[in-house]
Design a protein around this ligand. Sequence first.
Ligand code: GLY
Length: 473
Amino acid sequence: MFAKTVYADRRNRLKKEINQGVALFLANPEASFNYPANTYHYRQDSHFSYFFGINHPGFAGWIDFESGEDMLFGNDVDIDDIIWMGPQPSVADQAAEFGITKTFKYKQLAEFVTKTLSQGRKIHILPPYRGKVMIELGQLLNLPAHEVKAAASVELIKAVVKLKEIKDALEISEIEKAVDIAWLMHTTAMKMAKPGMVEQEIAGTIEGISLALGGPVSFPIILSVDGQTLHNHNHHNTLKEGRMLVVDAGAELHSLYSSDITRTVPVGGKFNQRQKEIYEIVLKANVDSIAAIKPGHEYREMHLLAARVITEGLKAAGLMKGDTDEAVAAGAHTLFFPHGLGHMMGMDVHDLESLGENYVGYDEHTQRATQFGTAYLRLGKKLKPGFVLTNEPGIYFIPALIDKFRSEGKFTDFINYDKVETYKDFGGIRIEDDILVTETGHRILGKAIPKSVADVEATAAETREWLKFPGIF
Ligand code: GLY
Protein backbone atom coordinates (compact mmCIF):
# COMPACT_ATOMS: atom_id res chain seq x y z
CA MET A 1 0.00 0.00 0.00
CA PHE A 2 1.10 3.55 -0.61
CA ALA A 3 1.66 6.44 1.84
CA LYS A 4 -1.51 7.90 3.39
CA THR A 5 -0.97 11.16 1.51
CA VAL A 6 -1.55 9.28 -1.76
CA TYR A 7 -5.08 8.30 -0.70
CA ALA A 8 -5.86 11.73 0.78
CA ASP A 9 -4.68 13.33 -2.45
CA ARG A 10 -6.89 11.03 -4.55
CA ARG A 11 -9.95 11.91 -2.43
CA ASN A 12 -9.10 15.61 -2.61
CA ARG A 13 -8.80 15.46 -6.38
CA LEU A 14 -12.20 13.76 -6.55
CA LYS A 15 -13.63 16.60 -4.45
CA LYS A 16 -12.46 19.04 -7.13
CA GLU A 17 -14.59 17.24 -9.72
CA ILE A 18 -17.94 17.23 -7.87
CA ASN A 19 -19.47 20.09 -5.86
CA GLN A 20 -22.57 18.66 -4.26
CA GLY A 21 -23.70 15.66 -2.25
CA VAL A 22 -21.59 12.77 -0.98
CA ALA A 23 -19.95 9.74 -2.58
CA LEU A 24 -20.53 6.36 -0.97
CA PHE A 25 -18.15 3.48 -1.71
CA LEU A 26 -18.77 0.01 -0.27
CA ALA A 27 -15.89 -2.41 0.26
CA ASN A 28 -16.42 -5.75 -1.44
CA PRO A 29 -17.90 -8.43 0.83
CA GLU A 30 -16.57 -11.98 1.04
CA ALA A 31 -18.04 -14.30 -1.64
CA SER A 32 -18.79 -17.96 -0.87
CA PHE A 33 -18.10 -20.65 -3.42
CA ASN A 34 -19.69 -23.85 -2.09
CA TYR A 35 -20.87 -23.13 1.45
CA PRO A 36 -21.01 -19.89 3.39
CA ALA A 37 -17.76 -20.21 5.32
CA ASN A 38 -15.71 -21.36 2.32
CA THR A 39 -14.97 -18.20 0.42
CA TYR A 40 -13.09 -17.27 -2.73
CA HIS A 41 -9.80 -15.48 -2.31
CA TYR A 42 -10.86 -12.05 -1.02
CA ARG A 43 -10.69 -9.31 -3.66
CA GLN A 44 -11.32 -5.72 -2.63
CA ASP A 45 -13.27 -3.43 -4.96
CA SER A 46 -10.72 -1.48 -6.98
CA HIS A 47 -12.46 1.87 -6.57
CA PHE A 48 -12.75 1.45 -2.79
CA SER A 49 -9.09 0.46 -2.70
CA TYR A 50 -8.06 3.46 -4.84
CA PHE A 51 -9.65 5.99 -2.49
CA PHE A 52 -9.58 4.22 0.90
CA GLY A 53 -6.75 1.66 0.66
CA ILE A 54 -8.13 -0.89 3.15
CA ASN A 55 -8.02 -4.43 1.86
CA HIS A 56 -10.76 -5.99 4.03
CA PRO A 57 -14.52 -6.52 3.78
CA GLY A 58 -17.01 -4.81 6.09
CA PHE A 59 -16.15 -1.18 5.37
CA ALA A 60 -17.83 1.78 3.69
CA GLY A 61 -16.10 4.97 2.63
CA TRP A 62 -17.81 8.35 2.54
CA ILE A 63 -16.63 11.55 0.87
CA ASP A 64 -18.65 14.71 1.52
CA PHE A 65 -18.23 17.11 -1.41
CA GLU A 66 -19.66 20.05 0.53
CA SER A 67 -17.96 19.78 3.94
CA GLY A 68 -14.85 18.12 2.47
CA GLU A 69 -14.95 15.39 5.16
CA ASP A 70 -13.80 11.81 4.55
CA MET A 71 -15.28 9.13 6.79
CA LEU A 72 -14.93 5.41 7.23
CA PHE A 73 -17.60 3.03 8.56
CA GLY A 74 -16.56 -0.36 9.96
CA ASN A 75 -16.54 -2.52 13.08
CA ASP A 76 -13.67 -3.42 15.34
CA VAL A 77 -13.10 -7.16 15.61
CA ASP A 78 -14.45 -9.09 18.59
CA ILE A 79 -12.91 -12.01 20.49
CA ASP A 80 -14.43 -14.58 18.07
CA ASP A 81 -12.72 -12.85 15.16
CA ILE A 82 -9.43 -12.73 17.07
CA ILE A 83 -9.61 -16.47 17.81
CA TRP A 84 -9.93 -17.28 14.08
CA MET A 85 -7.97 -14.44 12.45
CA GLY A 86 -5.56 -13.26 15.13
CA PRO A 87 -5.35 -9.72 16.50
CA GLN A 88 -6.41 -7.05 14.01
CA PRO A 89 -5.80 -3.29 14.02
CA SER A 90 -8.74 -1.16 15.12
CA VAL A 91 -10.90 0.62 12.55
CA ALA A 92 -9.43 3.93 13.74
CA ASP A 93 -5.87 2.66 13.23
CA GLN A 94 -6.68 1.31 9.78
CA ALA A 95 -8.39 4.58 8.83
CA ALA A 96 -5.37 6.56 10.03
CA GLU A 97 -3.10 4.52 7.75
CA PHE A 98 -5.04 5.94 4.82
CA GLY A 99 -5.35 9.50 6.09
CA ILE A 100 -8.87 9.31 7.57
CA THR A 101 -9.60 10.56 11.08
CA LYS A 102 -13.39 10.18 11.29
CA THR A 103 -14.65 6.66 11.85
CA PHE A 104 -18.05 5.22 12.79
CA LYS A 105 -19.57 1.82 13.44
CA TYR A 106 -20.91 0.20 10.28
CA LYS A 107 -24.50 0.24 11.51
CA GLN A 108 -24.34 4.06 11.72
CA LEU A 109 -24.03 4.23 7.93
CA ALA A 110 -27.80 3.78 7.52
CA GLU A 111 -28.43 6.82 9.80
CA PHE A 112 -26.01 8.96 7.76
CA VAL A 113 -27.67 7.89 4.51
CA THR A 114 -31.18 8.62 5.81
CA LYS A 115 -30.14 12.02 7.15
CA THR A 116 -28.35 12.99 3.94
CA LEU A 117 -31.29 11.98 1.74
CA SER A 118 -33.74 13.80 4.04
CA GLN A 119 -31.68 16.97 3.51
CA GLY A 120 -32.29 16.60 -0.22
CA ARG A 121 -28.60 15.90 -0.85
CA LYS A 122 -27.49 13.41 -3.49
CA ILE A 123 -25.63 10.23 -2.59
CA HIS A 124 -23.39 9.40 -5.56
CA ILE A 125 -22.67 5.71 -6.06
CA LEU A 126 -20.81 3.73 -8.72
CA PRO A 127 -22.60 0.87 -10.54
CA PRO A 128 -22.30 -2.28 -8.40
CA TYR A 129 -21.30 -5.56 -10.08
CA ARG A 130 -21.79 -7.98 -7.15
CA GLY A 131 -25.21 -9.15 -5.99
CA LYS A 132 -24.53 -8.61 -2.27
CA VAL A 133 -23.48 -5.02 -2.90
CA MET A 134 -26.61 -4.36 -4.98
CA ILE A 135 -28.74 -5.66 -2.12
CA GLU A 136 -26.85 -3.63 0.49
CA LEU A 137 -27.04 -0.41 -1.53
CA GLY A 138 -30.71 -1.08 -2.28
CA GLN A 139 -31.45 -1.40 1.44
CA LEU A 140 -29.50 1.75 2.28
CA LEU A 141 -30.99 3.85 -0.52
CA ASN A 142 -34.47 2.36 -0.31
CA LEU A 143 -34.40 1.01 -3.86
CA PRO A 144 -35.15 -2.47 -5.23
CA ALA A 145 -31.77 -4.18 -5.72
CA HIS A 146 -32.31 -4.51 -9.48
CA GLU A 147 -32.71 -0.73 -9.80
CA VAL A 148 -29.49 0.19 -8.01
CA LYS A 149 -27.24 -0.06 -11.07
CA ALA A 150 -29.40 2.39 -13.01
CA ALA A 151 -29.23 4.78 -10.05
CA ALA A 152 -25.43 5.07 -10.35
CA SER A 153 -24.17 8.63 -10.65
CA VAL A 154 -22.88 9.49 -14.13
CA GLU A 155 -21.13 12.49 -12.57
CA LEU A 156 -19.21 10.21 -10.19
CA ILE A 157 -18.48 7.67 -12.95
CA LYS A 158 -16.98 10.36 -15.18
CA ALA A 159 -14.99 11.86 -12.32
CA VAL A 160 -13.54 8.47 -11.32
CA VAL A 161 -12.64 7.68 -14.94
CA LYS A 162 -10.92 11.06 -15.27
CA LEU A 163 -8.78 10.43 -12.20
CA LYS A 164 -8.03 6.74 -12.55
CA GLU A 165 -7.32 6.60 -16.28
CA ILE A 166 -4.12 8.62 -15.73
CA LYS A 167 -1.57 6.48 -13.91
CA ASP A 168 1.10 8.15 -11.79
CA ALA A 169 4.68 6.98 -11.25
CA LEU A 170 3.75 4.80 -8.23
CA GLU A 171 1.02 3.02 -10.16
CA ILE A 172 3.24 2.52 -13.22
CA SER A 173 5.93 1.03 -11.02
CA GLU A 174 3.39 -1.44 -9.58
CA ILE A 175 2.16 -2.42 -13.06
CA GLU A 176 5.78 -2.97 -14.15
CA LYS A 177 6.31 -5.34 -11.21
CA ALA A 178 3.22 -7.25 -12.31
CA VAL A 179 4.60 -7.42 -15.88
CA ASP A 180 7.93 -8.69 -14.52
CA ILE A 181 6.07 -11.55 -12.83
CA ALA A 182 4.29 -12.18 -16.15
CA TRP A 183 7.74 -12.38 -17.78
CA LEU A 184 8.55 -15.39 -15.61
CA MET A 185 5.08 -16.89 -16.18
CA HIS A 186 5.42 -16.63 -19.96
CA THR A 187 9.04 -17.66 -20.33
CA THR A 188 8.27 -20.67 -18.10
CA ALA A 189 5.29 -21.60 -20.30
CA MET A 190 7.52 -21.37 -23.40
CA LYS A 191 10.07 -23.73 -21.83
CA MET A 192 7.32 -26.18 -20.80
CA ALA A 193 5.58 -26.25 -24.21
CA LYS A 194 6.94 -29.67 -25.11
CA PRO A 195 5.03 -32.52 -26.80
CA GLY A 196 3.34 -34.73 -24.19
CA MET A 197 2.74 -31.98 -21.63
CA VAL A 198 -0.88 -31.39 -20.64
CA GLU A 199 -2.04 -27.77 -20.78
CA GLN A 200 -3.13 -27.93 -17.14
CA GLU A 201 0.43 -28.69 -15.99
CA ILE A 202 1.60 -25.45 -17.56
CA ALA A 203 -1.43 -23.41 -16.47
CA GLY A 204 -1.04 -24.60 -12.86
CA THR A 205 2.69 -23.92 -12.84
CA ILE A 206 2.40 -20.36 -14.09
CA GLU A 207 -0.55 -19.61 -11.79
CA GLY A 208 1.73 -20.74 -8.96
CA ILE A 209 4.41 -18.28 -10.09
CA SER A 210 1.90 -15.44 -9.84
CA LEU A 211 0.88 -16.56 -6.35
CA ALA A 212 4.48 -17.07 -5.25
CA LEU A 213 5.70 -13.66 -6.39
CA GLY A 214 2.65 -11.41 -6.19
CA GLY A 215 -0.95 -12.41 -5.73
CA PRO A 216 -3.50 -14.40 -7.67
CA VAL A 217 -3.59 -14.21 -11.46
CA SER A 218 -5.27 -11.05 -12.70
CA PHE A 219 -7.92 -13.08 -14.61
CA PRO A 220 -8.46 -16.82 -15.17
CA ILE A 221 -5.57 -18.06 -17.31
CA ILE A 222 -6.28 -18.51 -21.03
CA LEU A 223 -3.94 -21.28 -22.20
CA SER A 224 -4.66 -23.60 -25.08
CA VAL A 225 -3.44 -25.23 -28.24
CA ASP A 226 -6.93 -24.37 -29.49
CA GLY A 227 -5.99 -20.71 -29.63
CA GLN A 228 -8.69 -20.07 -32.23
CA THR A 229 -11.08 -19.93 -29.24
CA LEU A 230 -10.26 -16.45 -27.99
CA HIS A 231 -10.78 -17.04 -24.28
CA ASN A 232 -10.17 -20.75 -23.84
CA HIS A 233 -10.20 -21.79 -20.17
CA ASN A 234 -10.25 -25.51 -20.92
CA HIS A 235 -6.77 -26.86 -20.13
CA HIS A 236 -7.18 -30.57 -20.89
CA ASN A 237 -5.36 -30.96 -24.22
CA THR A 238 -2.09 -32.81 -24.49
CA LEU A 239 0.47 -30.81 -26.46
CA LYS A 240 1.44 -32.23 -29.84
CA GLU A 241 4.01 -31.19 -32.44
CA GLY A 242 2.44 -29.03 -35.16
CA ARG A 243 0.18 -27.07 -32.76
CA MET A 244 0.84 -23.71 -31.13
CA LEU A 245 0.14 -22.83 -27.53
CA VAL A 246 -1.54 -19.46 -26.86
CA VAL A 247 -0.94 -18.23 -23.30
CA ASP A 248 -2.84 -15.11 -22.18
CA ALA A 249 -2.05 -14.54 -18.51
CA GLY A 250 -1.03 -11.91 -16.00
CA ALA A 251 -0.39 -11.39 -12.33
CA GLU A 252 -2.01 -9.18 -9.74
CA LEU A 253 -0.05 -7.67 -6.85
CA HIS A 254 -1.23 -7.09 -3.27
CA SER A 255 -1.72 -3.47 -4.33
CA LEU A 256 -4.20 -4.91 -6.91
CA TYR A 257 -2.28 -3.55 -9.91
CA SER A 258 -2.06 -6.11 -12.69
CA SER A 259 -0.49 -7.27 -15.92
CA ASP A 260 -2.04 -8.86 -19.01
CA ILE A 261 0.36 -10.47 -21.51
CA THR A 262 -0.12 -12.93 -24.37
CA ARG A 263 2.50 -15.00 -26.12
CA THR A 264 2.18 -17.85 -28.62
CA VAL A 265 4.77 -20.62 -28.79
CA PRO A 266 4.99 -23.59 -31.16
CA VAL A 267 4.80 -26.92 -29.35
CA GLY A 268 8.34 -28.32 -29.32
CA GLY A 269 9.84 -24.85 -29.70
CA LYS A 270 10.31 -24.54 -33.51
CA PHE A 271 7.86 -22.73 -35.80
CA ASN A 272 7.10 -24.55 -39.04
CA GLN A 273 6.95 -22.48 -42.22
CA ARG A 274 3.17 -21.98 -42.17
CA GLN A 275 3.16 -21.01 -38.47
CA LYS A 276 6.09 -18.65 -38.96
CA GLU A 277 4.41 -16.87 -41.87
CA ILE A 278 1.23 -16.12 -39.86
CA TYR A 279 3.19 -15.38 -36.65
CA GLU A 280 5.27 -12.72 -38.43
CA ILE A 281 2.09 -10.98 -39.59
CA VAL A 282 0.70 -10.80 -36.03
CA LEU A 283 4.07 -9.63 -34.73
CA LYS A 284 4.20 -6.85 -37.35
CA ALA A 285 0.66 -5.79 -36.41
CA ASN A 286 1.76 -5.65 -32.75
CA VAL A 287 5.07 -3.84 -33.39
CA ASP A 288 3.71 -1.34 -35.94
CA SER A 289 0.59 -0.45 -33.95
CA ILE A 290 2.67 -0.01 -30.77
CA ALA A 291 5.08 2.26 -32.71
CA ALA A 292 2.12 4.48 -33.62
CA ILE A 293 1.00 5.00 -29.99
CA LYS A 294 1.25 8.63 -28.94
CA PRO A 295 -0.93 11.12 -27.12
CA GLY A 296 -3.57 12.96 -29.11
CA HIS A 297 -4.27 10.03 -31.42
CA GLU A 298 -7.31 7.78 -31.12
CA TYR A 299 -6.53 4.17 -30.23
CA ARG A 300 -9.06 3.27 -32.92
CA GLU A 301 -6.46 4.50 -35.48
CA MET A 302 -4.00 1.95 -34.10
CA HIS A 303 -6.66 -0.76 -34.22
CA LEU A 304 -7.26 0.00 -37.90
CA LEU A 305 -3.51 0.13 -38.55
CA ALA A 306 -3.20 -3.38 -37.09
CA ALA A 307 -6.17 -4.49 -39.24
CA ARG A 308 -4.40 -3.16 -42.36
CA VAL A 309 -1.13 -4.92 -41.48
CA ILE A 310 -3.05 -8.17 -40.94
CA THR A 311 -4.87 -7.77 -44.26
CA GLU A 312 -1.64 -7.00 -46.15
CA GLY A 313 0.06 -10.00 -44.58
CA LEU A 314 -2.82 -12.35 -45.30
CA LYS A 315 -2.90 -11.10 -48.91
CA ALA A 316 0.80 -11.97 -49.22
CA ALA A 317 0.01 -15.41 -47.78
CA GLY A 318 -2.75 -15.88 -50.39
CA LEU A 319 -5.57 -15.93 -47.84
CA MET A 320 -6.99 -12.48 -48.67
CA LYS A 321 -7.10 -10.43 -51.85
CA GLY A 322 -8.24 -7.05 -53.19
CA ASP A 323 -7.62 -3.53 -52.00
CA THR A 324 -6.43 -3.42 -48.36
CA ASP A 325 -8.25 -0.22 -47.37
CA GLU A 326 -11.49 -1.40 -48.97
CA ALA A 327 -11.18 -4.79 -47.26
CA VAL A 328 -10.68 -3.17 -43.85
CA ALA A 329 -13.48 -0.66 -44.40
CA ALA A 330 -15.81 -3.55 -45.30
CA GLY A 331 -14.63 -5.51 -42.22
CA ALA A 332 -13.28 -8.51 -44.16
CA HIS A 333 -10.27 -8.78 -41.80
CA THR A 334 -12.66 -9.56 -38.93
CA LEU A 335 -12.87 -13.15 -40.16
CA PHE A 336 -9.31 -13.50 -38.81
CA PHE A 337 -9.12 -10.66 -36.24
CA PRO A 338 -12.59 -10.53 -34.67
CA HIS A 339 -11.70 -8.54 -31.53
CA GLY A 340 -10.32 -5.17 -30.47
CA LEU A 341 -6.66 -4.17 -30.31
CA GLY A 342 -6.78 -3.50 -26.58
CA HIS A 343 -8.22 -2.06 -23.42
CA MET A 344 -7.22 0.13 -20.48
CA MET A 345 -5.27 -1.61 -17.76
CA GLY A 346 -4.51 -0.82 -14.15
CA MET A 347 -5.91 -2.23 -10.92
CA ASP A 348 -8.51 -4.07 -12.93
CA VAL A 349 -7.13 -5.90 -15.88
CA HIS A 350 -9.89 -4.29 -17.93
CA ASP A 351 -9.43 -1.11 -15.97
CA LEU A 352 -12.56 0.81 -14.95
CA GLU A 353 -14.78 -1.50 -16.99
CA SER A 354 -17.19 -1.97 -14.08
CA LEU A 355 -18.21 1.65 -14.66
CA GLY A 356 -19.35 0.90 -18.23
CA GLU A 357 -17.11 0.21 -21.24
CA ASN A 358 -18.20 3.30 -23.14
CA TYR A 359 -17.34 5.65 -20.27
CA VAL A 360 -13.80 4.26 -20.26
CA GLY A 361 -13.01 3.60 -23.90
CA TYR A 362 -15.09 6.23 -25.69
CA ASP A 363 -16.21 9.82 -25.23
CA GLU A 364 -18.22 12.53 -26.96
CA HIS A 365 -15.61 12.69 -29.79
CA THR A 366 -15.16 8.97 -30.38
CA GLN A 367 -18.19 6.74 -30.65
CA ARG A 368 -18.05 2.95 -30.70
CA ALA A 369 -18.29 1.37 -34.18
CA THR A 370 -21.22 -0.91 -34.95
CA GLN A 371 -19.38 -3.23 -37.38
CA PHE A 372 -18.85 -6.85 -36.25
CA GLY A 373 -15.35 -7.19 -34.76
CA THR A 374 -14.51 -3.49 -34.72
CA ALA A 375 -17.40 -2.92 -32.31
CA TYR A 376 -15.56 -5.12 -29.79
CA LEU A 377 -12.74 -2.58 -29.51
CA ARG A 378 -12.86 -1.62 -25.83
CA LEU A 379 -10.62 1.43 -26.11
CA GLY A 380 -11.16 3.72 -29.09
CA LYS A 381 -10.73 7.23 -27.74
CA LYS A 382 -7.87 9.73 -27.91
CA LEU A 383 -4.83 8.72 -25.89
CA LYS A 384 -3.42 10.83 -23.06
CA PRO A 385 -0.06 10.61 -21.26
CA GLY A 386 -0.50 8.28 -18.30
CA PHE A 387 -2.88 5.83 -19.98
CA VAL A 388 -1.81 2.20 -19.59
CA LEU A 389 -3.32 -0.08 -22.22
CA THR A 390 -2.91 -3.43 -23.87
CA ASN A 391 -1.91 -4.03 -27.47
CA GLU A 392 -3.06 -7.50 -28.53
CA PRO A 393 -3.59 -8.21 -32.21
CA GLY A 394 -4.26 -11.78 -33.32
CA ILE A 395 -5.03 -14.00 -36.28
CA TYR A 396 -7.39 -16.92 -35.73
CA PHE A 397 -8.84 -19.60 -37.99
CA ILE A 398 -12.23 -20.25 -36.40
CA PRO A 399 -13.90 -23.06 -38.39
CA ALA A 400 -17.46 -22.07 -37.40
CA LEU A 401 -16.87 -18.41 -38.38
CA ILE A 402 -15.25 -19.42 -41.69
CA ASP A 403 -18.29 -21.62 -42.47
CA LYS A 404 -20.71 -18.87 -41.47
CA PHE A 405 -19.11 -16.10 -43.53
CA ARG A 406 -18.66 -18.42 -46.51
CA SER A 407 -22.25 -19.72 -46.43
CA GLU A 408 -23.49 -16.13 -46.21
CA GLY A 409 -21.35 -15.16 -49.22
CA LYS A 410 -19.57 -12.53 -47.14
CA PHE A 411 -16.44 -10.73 -48.36
CA THR A 412 -15.97 -12.94 -51.44
CA ASP A 413 -14.06 -10.04 -53.07
CA PHE A 414 -11.51 -10.09 -50.26
CA ILE A 415 -11.18 -13.67 -48.98
CA ASN A 416 -9.76 -16.71 -50.75
CA TYR A 417 -12.07 -19.19 -49.05
CA ASP A 418 -10.59 -22.27 -50.77
CA LYS A 419 -7.18 -21.53 -49.26
CA VAL A 420 -8.67 -20.52 -45.89
CA GLU A 421 -10.35 -23.97 -45.73
CA THR A 422 -6.87 -25.53 -45.61
CA TYR A 423 -6.08 -23.54 -42.42
CA LYS A 424 -9.03 -24.82 -40.39
CA ASP A 425 -6.64 -26.97 -38.33
CA PHE A 426 -4.24 -24.07 -37.68
CA GLY A 427 -5.50 -22.66 -34.39
CA GLY A 428 -4.72 -19.03 -33.53
CA ILE A 429 -1.96 -16.60 -32.63
CA ARG A 430 -2.13 -13.57 -30.34
CA ILE A 431 0.70 -11.34 -29.07
CA GLU A 432 0.00 -8.84 -26.30
CA ASP A 433 2.03 -6.23 -24.45
CA ASP A 434 1.20 -3.64 -21.78
CA ILE A 435 1.99 -0.09 -22.88
CA LEU A 436 2.28 3.27 -21.13
CA VAL A 437 1.37 6.36 -23.15
CA THR A 438 4.08 8.95 -22.42
CA GLU A 439 4.24 12.70 -23.11
CA THR A 440 5.91 12.05 -26.46
CA GLY A 441 4.98 8.51 -27.41
CA HIS A 442 4.87 5.26 -25.48
CA ARG A 443 6.88 2.77 -23.45
CA ILE A 444 6.42 -1.00 -23.31
CA LEU A 445 6.19 -1.81 -19.62
CA GLY A 446 8.28 -4.33 -17.73
CA LYS A 447 11.03 -6.78 -18.54
CA ALA A 448 11.05 -7.60 -22.28
CA ILE A 449 9.20 -10.87 -22.86
CA PRO A 450 10.48 -12.80 -25.89
CA LYS A 451 8.31 -12.27 -28.96
CA SER A 452 10.44 -12.40 -32.12
CA VAL A 453 10.54 -15.83 -33.77
CA ALA A 454 14.24 -16.16 -32.87
CA ASP A 455 13.72 -15.13 -29.22
CA VAL A 456 10.68 -17.36 -28.69
CA GLU A 457 12.54 -20.32 -30.22
CA ALA A 458 15.64 -19.63 -28.12
CA THR A 459 13.60 -19.42 -24.91
CA ALA A 460 11.55 -22.51 -25.74
CA ALA A 461 14.78 -24.43 -26.31
CA GLU A 462 15.89 -23.79 -22.71
CA THR A 463 15.15 -26.14 -19.87
CA ARG A 464 13.01 -24.81 -17.09
CA GLU A 465 14.89 -24.22 -13.85
CA TRP A 466 12.69 -25.14 -10.91
CA LEU A 467 12.15 -22.66 -8.14
CA LYS A 468 14.42 -20.01 -9.58
CA PHE A 469 12.93 -16.57 -9.94
CA PRO A 470 15.85 -14.68 -11.44
CA GLY A 471 16.03 -10.93 -11.34
CA ILE A 472 12.52 -10.08 -10.18
CA PHE A 473 12.86 -9.17 -6.53
N1 GLY B 1 -6.33 -10.90 -21.57
C1 GLY B 1 -7.65 -11.24 -21.23
C2 GLY B 1 -8.64 -10.17 -21.48
O1 GLY B 1 -8.29 -9.12 -21.96
O2 GLY B 1 -9.81 -10.36 -21.20
